[in-house]
Design a protein around this ligand. Structure first.
Ligand code: ADP
Ligand code: MG
Length: 257
């Protein structure tokens, strides 16, 4: 059995009266690519945010690299048993790269400056070394010749590739993607999916929330169908797409395929 990079057990999250995650269990092994599919509002983004300390879970536990994310599970009285220190949270976050629908690049910094930022500021790498690494990563996402351009001079697909390079610059053990191509014009989707496919082939552990069923079918090792905050079905893409076991999965797929 491969090392488990991410383990979630009974993860619950509530916003006001609505329970958005209703006890999600999940294991992702090293080198595995998990695609998460499901209707809008089913809790996909919230789930990723819980894995990266952007949301605090109400119950259950999340472990990344065998270490609890955030805090010990809540006690019976609802109290936090043990809160992690901010320093530990920062260290854990550094291990998890996240790519969002929107690219969130610094507009007044060039592509290479955007990619170097994390290593220089957070990891205190020497600038020259960070720049070398950043240029290498930009080459890897096909943007060697755009390294000194500003985000405003790049297409959406190019900006998203810079955002991927920026996440990789922190040398994460796990990459989370939240609908990385949904904000792109259709003709730019392919170049971003291509970079993600290469990354998957290089052995990166990835959790990808996506509406790109073709990508999920081709690249995912496993597909998870989330509906109304519950993991309804999980399995290899051939099974989930080709022969879904649950009626809800079937109904969802009939609306998107
Ligand atoms: P998905 O990514 O699958 O579309 P989300 O995780 O974004 O779903 O949202 C799941 C549900 O939680 C939705 O009903 C959404 O409105 C709600 N929600 C998400 N974030 C918040 C928040 N910060 N405050 C209140 N409700 C939220
Ligand atoms: Mg979402």
């Amino acid at each position: 059995m491969n090392d488990i990079v991410l383990r979630a057990r009974g993860v619950r999250k509530r916003f006001g009266d609505s329970e958005v995650l209703k006890g999600v269990d999940l294991d992702v092994a090293a080198g595995e690519v998990l695609c998460v599919i499901g209707p809008s509002g089913s809790g996909k983004s919230t789930l990723l945010r819980c894995f990266n300390h952007l949301e605090r879970i109400d119950a259950g536990r999340v472990l990344v690299g065998g270490e609890l994310v955030g805090y010990e599970p809540y006690g019976p009285s609802g109290s936090v048993l043990r809160e992690r220190r901010p320093r530990d949270i920062r260290r854990q976050r550094e291990r998890i790269g996240m790519v969002f629908q929107r690219f969130h690049l610094f507009p007044h910094r060039t592509a290479v400056q955007n990619v170097m930022e994390g290593p220089v500021v957070v990891k205190r790498r020497p600038r020259a070394e960070a720049e070398r690494q950043a240029r290498g990563l930009l080459a890897r996402v096909g943007l060697a010749d755009r390294a000194d351009h500003y985000p405003g001079q790049l297409s959406g697909g190019q900006q998203q590739r810079v955002a991927i390079a920026r996440a990789l610059a922190m040398e994460p053990t796990l990459m989370l993607f939240d609908e990385p191509t949904s904000a792109l014009d259709p003709e730019l989707v392919g170049e971003v999916l291509g970079v993600m496919r290469d990354l998957a082939r290089s052995g990166m552990t990835m959790i990808v929330v996506t509406h790109e069923m073709g990508f999920a079918r081709e690249v995912a090792d496993r597909v998870l169908f989330l509906d109304q905050g519950a993991a309804v079905e999980e399995g290899p893409p051939e099974q989930v797409f080709g022969d879904p076991r649950q009626e809800r999965t079937r109904a969802f797929l009939s609306t998107v395929l």
